[in-house]
Ligand binder design. Structure first.
Ligand code: 13P
Length: 253
């Protein structure tokens, strides 16, 4: 049985004070029983990660970063290492988000290095994959996502897959209000499990958690999360308000 995860990707939103206010509100409003049933993860901007460490102490709410560099440390101005995130209490890190692929030219090859570094340092990667609208219109979405999964997981051993979460985020659904239908998402999640079975085995494919991301909100969450192969959500816009984020977590119970 795969425990569901609902993770909030705050992207480049919220000042330090705003972050603290939202974290405190989440802590106050999220029922203990709900947070025991659904793994809740918050990924704020780096600057606010130490606040998450303080505010979420003693709760079931986990937190993470939105990126790392693939090297241990060194002269990489503006970058953050896996060890830095681990030392401040992060459990997770989002890797390969389409915005990083699109605006920062991250390739599957680079993302693979980051996945390996995260695992080496004890962080759980939330590996994002997903096709563009153009690729879907060309009918190559399954091939693209299979390629992303395969290349980004190169050299990741079966045992380490226990700490990897995959997020299917069709680029055309991110921040557009245009969600994939539950059937479209389910179909791709089944495809991702097939890729994992080819890369590893049926056990790894069956236990890896695959999240959906892309305009998930309190209205559509129940239908999406009701599908057999959708094990949670990676939430952007709707994670920026405590009430809508909590409604999604409750829909995952
Ligand atoms: P939205 O929920 O705003 O569409 O963003 C999804 C996303 O990119 C999460 O990583």
């Amino acid at each position: 049985m795969r425990k569901k995860i609902v993770a909030g990707n705050w992207k480049m939103n919220k000042t330090f004070e705003e972050s603290k206010a939202l974290m405190n509100e989440l802590k106050e409003k999220l029922g203990k029983e709900t947070s025991e049933k659904v793994e809740t993860v918050v990924c704020p901007p780096f600057l606010c990660v130490p606040s998450a460490n303080e505010i979420f102490q003693g709760t079931n709410i986990r937190f993470g970063g939105q990126n790392i560099h693939f090297k241990d440390d060194g002269a990489y101005t503006g970058e953050i290492s896996a060890s830095m995130l681990k030392a401040i209490g992060c459990d997770y890190v989002i890797l390969g988000h389409s915005e990083r692929r699109q605006y920062f030219h991250e390739t599957n090859h680079l993302i693979n290095f980051k996945v390996l570094k995260a695992l080496e340092k004890g962080l759980k990667p939330i590996l994002c994959v997903g096709e563009t609208l153009e690729q879907r219109e060309q009918g190559v979405e399954k091939k693209i996502v299979d390629e992303q999964v395969t290349l980004c997981l190169k050299d990741v051993c079966a045992a380490d897959m226990e700490n990897v979460v995959i997020a299917y985020e069709p680029v055309w659904a991110i921040g557009t209000g245009k969600t994939a239908t539950p059937e479209q998402a389910e179909e791709m999640h089944v495809g991702i499990r097939k890729s994992l079975e080819n890369l590893y085995n049926a056990t790894v494919a069956g236990r890896t958690r695959i999240l959906y991301g892309g305009s998930m909100n309190d209205k559509n969450a129940k239908d999406l999360l009701g599908k057999n192969n959708i094990d949670g959500g990676l939430i952007g816009g709707a994670a920026l308000k405590a009430d809508s984020f909590i409604a999604i977590i409750e829909a995952a119970v």
